[in-house]
Design a protein around this ligand. Sequence first.
Ligand SMILES: [Zn+2]
Ligand SMILES: [Zn+2]
Length: 389
Amino acid sequence: MRLLFLLALILGLATVALAGADYYKVLGLTRSASTKEIKKQYKVLSRKYHPDKNPGNKVAEEKFVEVAAAYEVLSDKDKKSIYDRYGEEGLKQQQGQGGGGFHDPFDIFAQFFGGGSRHQHGHQERRGPEMRMELEVTLEELYSGKSIEIEVSKQVICGHCGGSGAKSAEDVVTCSGCQGHGTKTVKHMLAPGMFQQFRQTCDECGGKGKMIRHKCPICSGTKVQRGSEQLTIVIEPGMADGATIVFDREADEAPDLVPGDVIFDIRTRPHSIFERRGDALYTYVTISLEQALLGFNLEIKHLDGKAVALTREEAVTPYGFVQTLKGQGMPIKGSHSDFGDLFVEYKVVFPEKLSKDERALFGAAFGVQAAFDEQVGGKAYQQVMHDEM
Ligand SMILES: [Zn+2]
Ligand SMILES: [Zn+2]
């Protein structure tokens, strides 16, 4: 029994060791992944598993640490090439020779997103301003759904110095004024022989405890540069006008700041044929007097191009009549198969004038004599018109 337990333990350990080994797998990538893909995956996964989003979830926490370790190795050219050739063992050997171990996963996250590290986190998370944009979409796009790629121009953490503002890691030195404490002890004489001691923010480093010897040549020490981000906006079928799509922490990056969100407000471009009211669609169709009286078989093109049959057989369609087509409206968001209704309102075009024969036939059809016969009413009417002119 005990032996079995031991065996299970050993086997368990072996799987853990193996599972932790493939950094590409941890990021859900293959070995041919580009630097951009590695970055993108880290971004997605580190956010997904961040403890702030998964309070008390141990599995997510472990994932967060794993993802940070994988990114740390694969984003570093030297570490990546060692890892690609010799695997995790090769990295361990290099670390043994003073190659440096892993960093705090929260610091990696903070460096990537430009936010504060764990130590500041939670207490006073300073957030940058949000970016809000209107996105005009067509009714067709809201009907069928679409994914739209958008390149957003924004401020990013300098890729050269990683937001330190220094030319190299060696150029970030401990402040000699405060020995890295960020504060100085100042003695103030209150009276002869009587001193008051207090601490104040170091005036040489501004309280940072660190100074930069040589500034980064790319950002000139500002720690940021202009960049852009490709965002994929997914318009879901049936999405409402005025709906918002939020990209968490995708606005301008800055050191010691958690970026604000990028928010898109969906606006519908007016459509020439259909009008949307909630899940319903409205449209007008013009028919002739003959169609209004005798019935018709028509087709209109829907928003996705399919034909919708409008049938009124052996029925009189009065001016302003509204026909309801069940399930031909907008898709109901999130339902997959439910749709609102389509309402078609008919307008009837009357002929400008009837010929003598037509008048006679209509008269016969309705069982009356034409009210304004040409001999009597018609002439009299024309006479009046002439007199007025
Ligand atoms: Zn820089
Ligand atoms: Zn200082």
